[in-house]
Design a protein around this ligand. Structure first.
Ligand SMILES: CCCCCCCC/C=C\C/C=C/C(=O)SCCNC(=O)CCNC(=O)[C@H](O)C(C)(C)COP(=O)(O)OP(=O)(O)OC[C@H]1O[C@@H](n2cnc3c(N)ncnc32)[C@H](O)[C@@H]1OP(=O)(O)O
Length: 525
């Protein structure tokens, strides 16, 4: 799990724990063994820590449930061992240095990073904080302001910004490991006192109160309802004390999170979001046995809110889309809305004008279905009316090639009944997008009685490609999402009956952490 390689007086400890080099207990133990061996070997003058493929994506999140994250040696122990090493330790970073991996990196005496590497403390999003000294070392490296930005937000940054902030000593285009080995040889024997992060002062301490207040305000706005950001901020503020006292504050803030329900829920969500796209059917079919067909081009029927949103989701992923309406007026209205949304992204600098132009160059429009003779996929997104949907599916079935998938964006209608209007029920499936379809991550792929495994595989592949979390669900009224939402909507309605105002109900839901309250969602639907 950790290869120990010697190169001309340098010991290279290369973590090899696919898929992301998480710091599982065995990895930690082997890093410690490597450090001990390198420390004792008189021939070794410097140490390089790297990862095969990528650096280290952090603690092994499964260990927070099993408890083995606290088994010796912990990441705290490793960071202390690295920092106190008498021989220089250089981190060679490519790929991701996240969470505990980032903490290891900033405990090293030097960091050499590939230009495409990424840095961050995503702990906050799984309900914890950088508990291996990250909240204490990081402010000492980058200053209080940057630490109060990056730790509570969990934001990733690239190598160039990491260099500007002082996280990284050198950014390289070539092989970071080779560069780090060369560099390690060049600094062997030099004093390390000012290279130990924990021994540095925290820059920006004079503005501590205003920086803290601004960070709290931002965290309450951006991560509504989450407790971890506030504990992160308290721990970072502890860095203004001597290092050992700050570590105690980090431990006590961390303890509250490690024993919280939010930690369990967010970590459950982390794994569930990754498990859902890996579908399997009761018959045993899964990606292991069935290949999906990639979608090269598509059409969307209906240029309303859902249709334009779905078209945007595909365009954003580079899939050429034909947006179809029965009436030129509705089509023009939909296209104007879509262009307005992209113009908004340009003015917010989310994309450049060139990117916007490239995206829009993949958009075609059509009145009527006649041109749909060469598309891999049609997604129908008209309003919820069974008779209308069946009529559209019958017509599409006549016009589109027999291999074209015909999918319907419905939130509740019976997929089998829609499929019965075609001669290809095996290629019919429900794709339930959520408003706004270009933004919301969830995609319910609704499997009818006759939907083939190939169609399900293709829909799951398609969902991942357009940046969604696709979940295969069965065909029943409201599928899964809306069956859950119905209960929530009923309770919201009862509150109105009991005398609350819709805006108050929305406010409570939004303060809890939902982006929009139930009545605002209904207004948009
Ligand atoms: C006595 C008290 C002692 C106290 C001791 C305290 C010790 C210190 C404790 C805590 C400090 C440190 C905390 C942390 O480091 S928490 C983890 C922080 N890191 C993350 O949150 C990163 C999570 N991962 C990602 O964001 C992404 O995986 C990615 C960007 C690295 C790569 O993305 P991508 O290529 O899209 O891959 P996937 O996301 O699909 O992941 C692939 C595969 O890997 C699994 N996985 C990813 N990260 C982890 C992880 N950190 N631990 C375990 N497993 C991970 C993921 O679930 C996928 O698995 P698969 O579905 O089975 O394929």
């Amino acid at each position: 799990m950790v290869d120990y390689i010697t190169r001309d007086g340098v010991a290279l400890l290369q973590v090899n724990n696919p898929p992301v080099n998480a710091l599982s207990h065995n990895v930690r133990a082997e890093i410690k063994n490597g450090l001990d061996e390198a420390g004792q070997d008189k021939q070794i003058k410097a140490i390089v820590i790297s990862g095969k493929r990528s650096f280290i994506a952090g603690a092994d999140i499964t260990e927070f449930k099993s408890g083995s994250y606290s088994e010796w040696p912990t990441i705290i122990d490793l960071c202390d061992l690295i920092e106190s090493s008498g021989k220089p330790v250089v981190a060679a970073i490519k790929g991701f240095a996240l969470g505990g991996g980032h903490e290891i990196a900033i405990s090293c005496h030097y960091r050499i990073a590939h230009e495409k590497s990424k840095f961050g403390f995503p702990e906050v999003d799984i309900g914890i904080l950088p508990a291996a000294g990250g909240t204490q070392r990081f402010p000492r490296l980058v200053g209080l302001e940057a630490a109060l930005d990056l730790i509570p937000s969990g934001r990733h940054i690239g190598a160039a910004q990491a260099f500007k902030l002082g996280i990284v000593d050198k950014v390289v285009r070539g092989d970071a490991v080779e560069e780090a080995v060369k560099f390690a040889k060049s600094i062997a024997g030099e004093p390390l006192v000012d290279r130990r992060t924990s021994q540095r002062p925290v820059m920006g301490a004079e503005n501590a109160v205003s920086l803290r207040d601004a960070a709290v305000k931002l965290a309450m706005k951006k991560k509504k309802g989450m407790i971890a950001p506030i504990h992160c901020i308290k721990a970072v503020m502890g860095s203004l004390l001597p290092f050992e006292q700050g570590m105690e504050i980090e431990a006590s803030e961390g303890f509250m999170l490690f024993t919280s329900g939010q930690m369990g829920a967010l970590q459950y969500a982390f794994f569930a979001q990754r498990a859902a796209p890996k579908w399997s059917l009761p018959c045993g079919a899964s990606f292991k046995t069935v290949k999906g067909r990639p979608i090269r081009n598509a059409a969307v029927i209906g240029a309303g809110t859902m249709g334009t949103g779905i078209a945007m989701a595909m365009l954003n992923a580079g899939i050429p889309v034909t947006l179809v309406e029965q009436d030129r007026k509705f089509l023009d209205k939909g296209v104007s809305l879509l262009k307005l949304l992209y113009a908004g992204s340009v003015s917010l600098r989310k994309i450049t004008q060139d990117q916007c132009d490239a995206i829009l160059s993949k958009l075609n429009t059509a009145v009527g279905y006649k041109s749909l003779t060469n598309v891999d996929l049609v997604i129908e997104a008209v309003y919820e009316n069974m008779a209308l949907k069946k009529q559209i599916f019958a017509e599409l079935d006549r016009i589109c090639p027999p291999e074209t998938f015909l999918w319907t964006n419905t939130s509740a209608l019976d997929i089998d009944e829609i499929a019965s209007a075609t001669r290809r029920p095996d290629k019919v499936l429900g794709t339930h997008f959520f408003v706004p379809a270009y933004h919301m991550k969830l995609l319910e792929n609704v499997r009818g009685k006759l939907t083939s495994a190939e169609t399900v595989a293709s829909a799951q592949m398609f969902g991942t490609r357009i940046g969604k979390i696709p979940v295969v669900v069965g065909n029943c009224h409201g599928f899964v999402g809306n069956r859950m939402l119905h209960k929530y909507a009923h309770e919201s309605d009862f509150l109105i009956e009991e005398g609350c105002w819709p805006e108050d109900v929305d406010m409570v839901a939004e303060n809890f952490g939902l982006p929009l309250g139930p009545f605002k969602v209904r207004d948009l639907s």
